[in-house]
Design a protein around this ligand. Structure first.
Ligand SMILES: C[S@@+](CC[C@H](N)C(=O)[O-])C[C@H]1O[C@@H](n2cnc3c(N)ncnc32)[C@H](O)[C@@H]1O
Length: 222
């Protein structure tokens, strides 16, 4: 190892140590998750800019960044997930939150993704894991209209207002046809106002994340 390599390794070590001191739970969980993904030959990491997703830009897609981590685990723990619950991640990327969801007793876990590359990556990840209750769907979340099969919905700021309005309209319709308790977990809830304007959801709680934005949790009445 030459001097430059050594300096780079020391710098990396110091940066990791500082991150650990600031947030040990996050860093430890991230480390074990990384090791798990490596062992299973999968990956949910990475960053893809809006313009490289291959999603029509008039649908207002937001970039890909993985959203599953110890903070999501804490939210799910507080929600006391039951074996009769089913969840869908709208804009699931490579499936990072779905990996965390699979640590809970959900009957069914699904994700829908409109970036062909991310969809294929996510599908490959779960094929390797061979979890029978997990499925990945390809398509525009704004067209998704099988919400009746789910009582939990997850979103990590996947898209802007154009798509968000179509999604909320479809959730509304599902609720009108089949009134039930639906829980919406919305990370970085830029369109929280629009969620409340549906008049079917009320906010029940909020949780912190690894960043300055939060999780807002909404629920319907029956
Ligand atoms: C911030 S990332 C979150 C990914 C994943 N939910 C997570 O937390 O790791 C947003 C994702 O939404 C996807 N997306 C954007 N617009 C979409 C649409 N109309 N339909 C389906 N997926 C979409 C993007 O491709 C991207 O993977």
């Amino acid at each position: 190892m030459n001097n430059d390599d050594l300096k780079r390794k020391i710098k990396k070590g110091i940066a990791l140590f500082i991150r650990f001191i600031k947030n040990p739970a996050f860093v430890c969980d991230d480390f074990f998750q990384f090791e798990f993904e490596k062992k299973m030959g999968i990956t949910t990491r990475g960053f893809v800019k809006e313009s490289e997703l291959g999603i029509p830009l008039d649908l207002n897609p937001y970039h890909y960044v993985p959203g599953g981590n110890v903070y999501l685990k804490k939210v799910l723990k507080r929600l006391r997930i039951k074996e009769t619950d089913s969840i869908i991640d709208l804009g699931c990327g490579l499936g990072s939150p779905m990996l965390y969801m699979s640590k809970f007793p959900f009957k069914k876990i699904s994700g829908v993704e409109f970036s062909k590359e991310l969809y294929l990556g996510c599908k490959k990840n779960f094929e390797k894991l061979n979890y029978p209750h997990v499925s990945v769907l390809y398509g525009d979340a704004g067209d998704f209209n099988s919400f009746d099969e789910y009582n939990y919905i997850f979103m990590f700021n996947p898209f802007g207002l154009v798509t968000m309005k179509r999604v909320l309209e479809n959730i509304n319709q599902s609720y009108a046809q089949n009134p039930r308790i639906i829980t919406l977990i919305y990370k970085n809830p830029l369109y929280g106002k629009e969620v409340l304007e549906t008049e079917i959801f009320h906010k029940i709680s909020e949780y912190k994340t690894e960043s300055s934005f939060k999780f807002f949790v909404y629920r319907t009445n029956i």
